[in-house]
Design a protein around this ligand. Sequence first.
Ligand SMILES: [Zn+2]
Length: 254
Amino acid sequence: MTGIQNCIVFEPPFVVTHIMRGKNVVVLTGAGVSAESGVKTFRDNDGLWENHRIEDVATPQAWQADPKLVWKFYQARRRQMNEVEPNSAHVAIAKLESELDNFTLVTQNVDDLHERGGSSLVIHMHGRLQTLRCEKTEQTEHRMADDDLNDDYAYCNCCVNAHRMRPDIVWFGEMPMEMEEIYESVESCDFFIVVGSSGHVYPAAGMVNVAKSVGAHTILVNYEMPINGSDFDEIHLGKAGEILPKLVEDWLMR
Ligand SMILES: [Zn+2]
């Protein structure tokens, strides 16, 4: 156990005693949790996807200018969902939900690995790969049949003249989803736990500060040390799938 700035860093083996039963707990997960299940980012060694920066493919402007290209990128990501499985971090988070009365799970991930890992209430602030959104009515549909996963556009079932659907994803420059509900939970939480995210990129960074401002105990479980660890009271370094199950067991004791 070593002190870095104002936080305490734990490296396994460790014992941390918190009583989370009866408390308000918010968990925020990021890309690290999905990465441990083998979810790929589709970035080559040069950080590009087919010579495009991801930031240039994942925007409303790109969808307007070259929808075929954007569609192809997301269809590849959607197809990948059939090849990955939830890991023990997903399962541990689902266990926390099942044992606590006041629990909120917020994820930056667009896959459905939390749901498949047993979580029943997941707030997907950056949207979901499994659903598509009608461009006209904005209604979403779960569309993961084989026919929905090829490189042809998908068309909605909500309009009389079926309309083209877009990925149900929050693109760069768009507002994250359900922020009001998320901040409401964070403002009343006793424990704010970030898993698989540096916690220092907006809007996660804003959330940890809100949690701190209401006196919550803030915990980070992440593969590497963030640039500024002092936003967290407690940091556990390592793979979430390896260390979270034991932590959850400790948090649910008694
Ligand atoms: Zn429609």
